[in-house]
Design a protein. Structure first.
Lengths: 292, 292
């Protein structure tokens, strides 16, 4: 797949995701400041990698990808809630997110916590109300999301990242496998599950998502050292400033580049023999070489 | 049903719920401080009204009630997460809960927020992994929970309670219908849904839960004025101290007693013609007359 075709397909998915998300939480109620806060963070942009992965895996498994929009967007709700809570004073204490004040800076801590709390069940509601999917597919998707978002997934990773200090490569890999990997893996698997995919497909999706997530995180650590602040969208050197062990400490810049390459090849191999027309391989390669 | 029979049945349910909850989150992992925090709040006792309602409604709809334990206990996870987050400094700022330090006092704010965050998806996982239920029942139950726990349910009620000031009876009713009523209604409906109950049963369950919740809240407001601190388990007069409008302000003590009576009769009527052998009526009456 050439870059122009990839970009066009990515834009098509991105536009559909943005349109879907923009339609959420528009009701007028006596408590609609919660919806304002939910939409503020949800509609702040971003690459929307997770829902786009879901849509492409659903398409590869034979489903009209539009039918997987509620499932993919559910992931974006969970991702958004995690960012709102991660930014809180007692977590990473960040004032800015994507160039805008973080939720608690904009709305206060009370509403920020509640907006995050409300985005979680809303994600499950989206999946479980997805009328274009079969009952079994809905239940399977909701279960995949529950596991990925829970203590043995994203929240466990946040516990390790915030309260523990990873110093070995194994420990670091565990933090990232849970904190960001679990949701990326789920994104791929949810596409398959929405399309009633088989075990083999789910397993390929898992390998792709796992390696994509690992490459993504290693590249993130590299950009934190060598990146351009304007491109990267966050301050360079922040990991070192707060004393975090990163892949750059453990592997060096060259070692990181090799590890990203290895993960990207593994991810691409997992889907190469499986009807992928190149979109997933282009996506993995573009993330591996990204500057932001 | 006489009181001894009611008490015995309540104890049977309660014991089953406690046993089930005690079996959760026991895995040893590198991040198991999150499980310690989740269990600390989950196993702190309480009346367990929500899961017990689920079990009894499941039984009335013809299901072996043991099979509904994951569904009922899922509600207790959501209820527990809501208490942990409600106690936070930026919410009600409480130091004690059921005579023990609140989660953030015991574990710090970071872990308290994360324990709450992890209890939500764990609740959905319990329901969606309930092997004794049919796929449709699992999906229906998870959807009922998602709606009750979300912005148009419990979280919306918390927004109104924390950030707005109800002054009329309609406003107060809306706060409580969302904040505590939504989860109590869901408790009743989940029992029916777990048993693949029909629309009529779901509707009776809704009326029962709604009126039980309303009576419960009005009684709570009365106990905050006339209760005995040792029985009630929280300081008397706390509503007045923080300037909250309550049912006592709006209806007076006698008016509250009449409203509790009316709601209790409506709740009992909703289930009287529907195979209830008296347990639900005894439960409604015992809550209406409770001192704690």
């Amino acid at each position: 797949m050439d870059k122009a075709t990839f970009d066009a397909q990515y834009q098509t998915y991105l536009q559909a995701v943005e349109d879907y998300l923009r339609g959420l939480f528009t009701a007028k109620t006596d408590y609609d400041q919660i919806f304002t806060a939910m939409r503020y963070s949800l509609l702040a942009g971003g690459k929307r990698i997770r829902p786009i992965l879901t849509l492409e895996f659903a398409r590869l498994c034979g489903l009209d990808w539009h039918k997987a929009l509620p499932v993919g967007c559910a992931l974006e709700l969970v991702h958004t809630y995690s960012l709102i809570h991660d930014d809180l004073p007692c977590m990473d204490d960040d004032d800015l997110r994507r160039g805008k004040p973080t939720s608690h800076k904009q709305f206060g801590e009370t509403l920020a916590i509640l907006a995050g709390d409300a985005l979680q069940p809303a994600a499950f509601e989206l999946i479980l109300s997805a009328v274009d999917l079969r009952d079994t597919a809905r239940a399977n998707c909701a279960l995949i999301l529950a596991k990925a978002a829970g203590a043995d997934g994203m929240v466990g990773g946040q516990v390790l990242d915030t309260l523990c200090h990873a110093t070995t490569q194994d420990q670091l890999a565990q933090v990232h496998r849970l904190k960001t990997g679990a949701l990326l893996m789920a994104a791929c698997q949810l596409g398959c599950a929405a399309a009633d995919g088989d075990e083999l497909q789910l397993n390929c999706a898992k390998i792709y998502g796992e390696n994509l997530g690992m490459a993504f995180q290693i590249r993130d650590d590299v950009l934190d050292v060598v990146g351009d602040e304007a491109d990267f969208g966050k301050p360079i050197g922040s990991d070192e400033a707060c004393g975090k062990t990163t892949y750059v400490n453990l592997l060096g810049i060259d070692g990181c580049a090799q590890a990203v390459e290895r993960c990207t090849v593994t991810a691409c191999d997992a889907v190469a023999t499986w009807g992928d027309d190149g979109f997933l391989q282009c996506l993995a390669k573009s993330l591996a070489g990204r500057n932001h």
